[in-house]
Design a protein around this ligand. Structure first.
Ligand code: F6R
Length: 611
């Protein structure tokens, strides 16, 4: 939520900042702003709405300089408006601050500052930081920021500049992500790597409670008490093209279409042709720990939680270890029991989701071994876990998660085989067969992608495009598919959609079925196929519009369905990885046919770094 970019160097900082903000627009897009230190003054341009409005405003009011900070906002405190957009300033407008996060004690701070004579311009929590820095500023910006942050409670990543210091930017982090990028005679700050990937691969991940003084050719990191901190400079190996649309109209469509390769990348190096072994050394779990494990707890939010449900079904079926699946936002507040020999598996694309991080901290403090499934290398979830399976899905920019989901499910399949074999719950022959099935998935996904025109055409049909509501049903391994399919449709098309376990249909949702309700039924080949057909008949009997997802070769299902999307035949427990693809495409095409901005859906932001 909210994107921060800062630059100091030879280039025009506004160009660098705007390029970075465009890369971060998935984090928030209700307003934006840039502040520049130039010729002994602090100048600022702000705008409400998406960044293209800001681009236009900068065209009309050109701004340039060697040092500046910028922000794209996802509102928390104070409605989206020019006055509430960042940067925020001290009273004389000499210190500028951009912020991502929430200052929890801002009201208290604001009251105190007001008593001291400060006048606030906005309703935001961030403005308190600017006034606090001014309060403690006696000529040294680094010192003033550290002191100000000692008064602040909550989550923040901030960038600060001051008109007196044309050679200096200060950045700090507690709870919200922040990186410092190092170039030749230039330096950057950003909320996320894609913001600066165009310019440098050398990155420092600032940790909680740390403040960084950044100059063109040097930097210094301390904690807020002033103790020096040494951090490693890491080299990021993401390809810059990965953060571009590469000819697709939307990142979401690009990311859906990348999934064959994404799954190859998730499997790469972890399984080999003809082998029955899975290698997940970075999970940092010993074979003894795997054997001793009594319970697995999966925590995640949203789509990642749906992947966690796929994980639960796989682990319990094949490795025979009880799995508790929890929403991270529930887990953290419900005093969970963590028996000895518990392994927690948090799942997170961004690795920055606030609730998931808090769930990890609770489980760790109660003795769990934490091994996460994460896409973003170096993210907080990865760093706070004892071990990690990186998804290797590449940057996911579209706000609706697609490739991250299928790769998370794939990571769970790998972990399941490893766990089951290690515990003696699975014969080598079965492991070998399952690995072979996994290795076939990329080609099968490609087949679905190659046939997406049928899905595109179907999504143009007014009975789907103009629907008010939709129901998604699935059973067993594909219950999570129903949940995920419904989430995709609702978040990008704004059609109300609910995912249900098909067996629950008669316990309530059947009351919704009319001749105007599309019901998406996942009826792929497998143990629960006949049960799904019964559900389909019941919906047909009530004149509902059945859209089935079935296995290639099943011609019979056409008789019961208004439309059918096919997936290739596959090992049933892995079918959610294939089923996700037509459901993502359907949601994408319905939403674009309705004229929705799928990459930046209303009210959503990519990474939920605040509660
Ligand atoms: C839905 C979506 C969200 C995320 C959720 C968790 O398309 O993207 O539901 O899955 O916010 O985010 P991460 O995986 O970054 O922890």
């Amino acid at each position: 939520m909210c994107g921060i970019v800062g630059y100091i160097g030879e280039k025009n900082c506004v160009e660098v900042i705007m390029a970075g903000l465009h890369r971060l627009e998935y984090r928030g897009y209700d307003s934006a702003g840039v502040a520049v230190v130039t010729d002994g003054a602090l100048k600022c341009v702000k705008s409400v709405g998406k960044l293209k409005i800001m681009d236009k405003k900068l065209e009309d009011n050109p701004l340039s300089g060697p040092l500046g900070i910028g922000h794209t906002r996802w509102a928390t405190h104070g409605a989206p408006s020019e006055v509430n957009s960042h940067p925020h300033f001290d009273m004389p407008m000499e210190i500028a601050v951009v912020h991502n996060g929430i200052i929890e004690n801002y009201q208290e701070l604001r009251n105190e500052l007001q008593k001291e004579g400060v006048t606030f311009r906005s309703q935001t929590d961030t403005e308190t930081i600017a006034h606090l820095v001014r309060k403690y500023y006696t000529g040294d910006l680094f010192v003033a920021v550290k002191r100000a942050l000692q008064d602040v409670e909550g989550a923040y990543a901030i960038g600060v500049v001051c008109k007196d210091h044309p050679d200096l930017m200060v950045a700090a982090r507690h709870g919200s992500p922040l990186i410092v990028g190092l170039g030749e005679g230039e330096a950057f700050i950003g909320s996320d790597v894609p913001a600066i990937m165009k310019y440098t691969r050398k990155v420092i991940y600032i940790d909680n409670g740390q403040v960084c003084e950044i100059k063109r050719n040097s930097y210094k990191i301390e904690d807020i008490q002033g103790n020096p901190v040494q951090l490693e400079v890491k080299t990021v190996d993401w390809d810059d093209a990965a953060a571009e649309k590469e000819g697709y109209p939307h990142f979401m469509l690009k990311e859906i279409n990348q999934q064959a390769n994404v799954i190859r990348n998730t499997l790469r190096g972890r399984v080999h042709e003809g082998s029955e072994e899975v290698n997940l050394p970075d999970m940092n779990i010993s074979l003894e720990e795997l054997r001793a494990c009594q319970k697995i707890v999966i925590v995640a939010c949203g789509t990642a939680w749906h992947a966690g449900m796929v994980g639960k079904y796989l682990i319990e079926k094949f490795a025979k270890v009880p799995v508790e699946l929890d929403l991270a936002s529930e887990y953290r507040y419900r005093d969970p029991i963590v028996p000895p020999n518990t392994i927690m598996i948090p799942v997170s694309q961004s690795g920055e989701t606030a609730d998931t991080l808090e769930a990890i901290r609770i489980a760790k403090s109660r003795g769990a071994q934490v091994a996460s499934i994460v896409n973003t290398v170096g993210s907080s979830v990865a760093r706070e876990s004892h071990g990690v399976v990186y998804q290797h899905a590449g940057p996911e920019i579209g706000v609706a998660s697609t490739k991250a989901y299928t790769s998370q499910c794939t990571a769970f399949a790998l972990f399941t085989i490893w766990l089951a074999e290690t515990r003696g719950a699975m014969e080598k022959a079965q492991a070998k067969e399952m690995i072979a099935s996994l290795r076939e998935l990329p080609d099968k996904i490609q087949w679905i992608l190659d046939n997406q025109d049928d899905i595109k055409r179907c999504a143009e049909d007014p009975k789907y495009r103009d629907a008010q509501s939709a129901l998604y049903l699935g059973r067993g391994y594909n219950f999570p598919s129903a949940l995920e399919g419904a989430l995709k449709l609702k978040e990008i098309s704004y059609i109300h959609a609910e995912g249900y376990a098909a067996g629950e249909m008669k316990h309530g949702p059947i009351a919704l079925v009319t001749d105007e309700l599309p019901v998406v039924c996942v009826a792929t080949d497998g143990d629960v196929y006949d049960k799904m057909v019964s559900n389909i008949q019941e919906i047909r009997a009530r004149r509902g519009i059945v859209l089935s997802v079935a296995t290639v070769g099943n011609e019979g299902i056409k008789a019961h369905s208004a439309d059918v999307f096919y997936i290739p035949e596959c090992f049933e427990p892995f079918s959610p990885i294939l089923v996700a693809v037509p459901l993502q495409l359907f949601a994408y095409y319905v939403a674009t046919n309705r004229g929705c901005d799928v990459d930046q859906p209303r009210n959503l932001a990519k990474s939920v770094t605040v509660e």
